[in-house]
Design a protein around this ligand. Structure first.
Ligand code: LLP
Length: 428
């Protein structure tokens, strides 16, 4: 994973910093983000998603992991930013992110959030449905400000992934179906709007998808749909294909060949665009997980060991579902190591349990790890995406700190929450 290495003492190093040192300096649980991994992955994605015909843009799906520091990195890397709430817009604003490079998503945006997006000059609003379009038009008219919009459509592609992260089945809550005549009517309306510039269409078929053909099917279905619109005289300049590229977490995962997938997506659209004279000008994607997940490692301290009556071995850690809800929510499987025993064999069958009062708070189930003693550093890989961003304070557990490592140096990105932080907003 990224720049991880094992040093001569058998200790894991990330970005050239040993996990023991990181623990000494920042404590655990600790999210560690490997900057070089992000830089390299962004380079690969941008390079693979290029076209000789279209302008191409890569937007980072900030829901995967967003902090003020991450916004700055996204800006430096020349990426756009996909945001889905007033809070994500606010974070981008605080990082001085160029708002014209922000894309505002969501199926249930509030009036205040839409107003905020228009006021702060968010570059594109991805409209989810009829009513949202009407609200947005009213807001723009009232403020006498024009805005750019893309309509999210549902192309009905049944991509194979966990049902909670599928987004393109016929009854999905996201977007308007391309199989409904009303959707075309809505497109005509946006196209004819005085206040909203219709830029094009957006689709996102789901997350953690391993099958390249789902993405290629999406590219085909969307271009076919655009063909129908063009025949009616509705120009579609921008096509945004969303994110969802599947990555490696643990044994058995066959991650998508991202380079190949992106190149093929571009090739298919270029071909149909040329054959049918579609006039598409810009292609966009919005990867989240594939950029950041494998940049992240969570460090925990082993603070308990137990063998049950039936012989099950537990390692107890100082974090759990409050810093990583994914195993409990999606039965996600992670891999890891005892960071101070990397040279020892992984010969113990163990379950790593978090500290919450929930039987389902298990970060790794029946997995092979090295033996462990109290005070060892357990490292869980691939935790850069949807871990910090989905963290909670359940059981009044403070959120963990986040550090960035790069070339032998570490820097704090987010402070650990204190007990005081936990009651800061309690007024009675
Ligand atoms: N674009 C849109 C419109 C999305 O809804 C998402 C993810 C993405 C892009 C980025 O998808 P990615 O490349 O990261 O797969 N919490 C879940 C994932 C939910 C994803 C929601 N939308 C998890 O932990 O697996």
């Amino acid at each position: 994973f990224g720049t991880q290495k094992i040093n001569e003492n058998g200790i894991l190093e990330i970005g050239g910093v040993s996990v023991k040192k990181l623990r000494e300096e920042y404590g655990t649980p600790l999210y560690v983000i490997d900057k070089n991994y992000i830089v390299e992955k962004a380079g690969l994605i941008k390079e693979s998603f290029k076209s000789g015909i279209f302008k191409t843009e890569v937007a980072y799906a900030s829901k995967a992991f967003l902090t003020v520091g991450m916004c700055k990195i996204v800006e430096e890397l020349g990426l756009c930013l996909d945001v889905v709430s007033g809070g994500e817009i606010y974070t981008a604003l605080k990082a001085d992110f160029p708002m014209e490079r922000a894309h505002f998503h969501g199926n249930s945006k509030s009036i205040e959030e839409l107003e905020m997006a228009v006021e702060y000059g968010v570059g594109t609003i991805i409209v989810d449905n009829h009513l949202e379009f009407e609200l947005l038009e009213d807001i723009c008219e009232k403020k006498q400000v024009k805005t750019n919009a893309i309509l999210r459509v549902n192309p009905g592609i049944d991509a194979h992934t966990h049902e909670y992260i599928q987004t393109s089945k016929f009854d999905s809550k996201f977007g308007e179906s391309i199989f409904m005549e009303e959707t075309k009517e809505l497109i005509r309306k946006i196209h004819g709007s005085e206040w909203i510039k219709f830029e094009g269409l957006h689709a996102h078929i789901g997350s953690q998808i391993f099958d390249v053909t789902s993405f290629l099917k999406e590219a085909e279905v969307m271009t076919e749909y655009i063909k129908g619109l063009v025949e009616e005289g509705i120009g579609v300049e921008t096509l945004n294909l969303g994110g969802g590229y599947g990555i490696y977490y643990s044994e058995g995962d066959e991650p998508i060949d991202l380079e190949l997938c992106l190149k093929e997506q571009v090739r298919i659209i270029e071909k149909i665009n040329e054959e049918c004279n579609l006039g598409i000008k810009k292609l966009q994607i919005e990867p989240g997980r594939s950029l950041i997940a494998n940049a992240g490692t969570t460090l925990y301290t082993v603070q308990g060991l137990k063998t049950t009556y039936s012989g099950k071995n537990y390692y107890f850690i100082d974090g759990g579902m409050t810093d990583n809800i994914r195993p409990a929510l999606y039965q996600a499987v992670y891999s890891g190591t005892i960071g101070n025993r990397c040279l020892e064999a992984k010969e113990n069958l163990v379950t790593v349990a978090g500290k919450c009062c929930e039987s389902g708070d298990l970060i790794m189930k029946d997995t092979k790890l090295q033996r462990a003693e109290l005070g060892d550093v357990l490292c869980v890989f691939g935790t850069g995406a949807y871990n910090y961003s989905m963290a909670s304070n359940y059981n009044k557990i403070p959120r963990s700190a986040v550090v960035m490592v790069e070339d032998g140096e570490s820097a704090l990105m987010v402070k650990r929450e204190s007990y005081e932080d936990l009651i800061r907003n309690d007024v009675y």
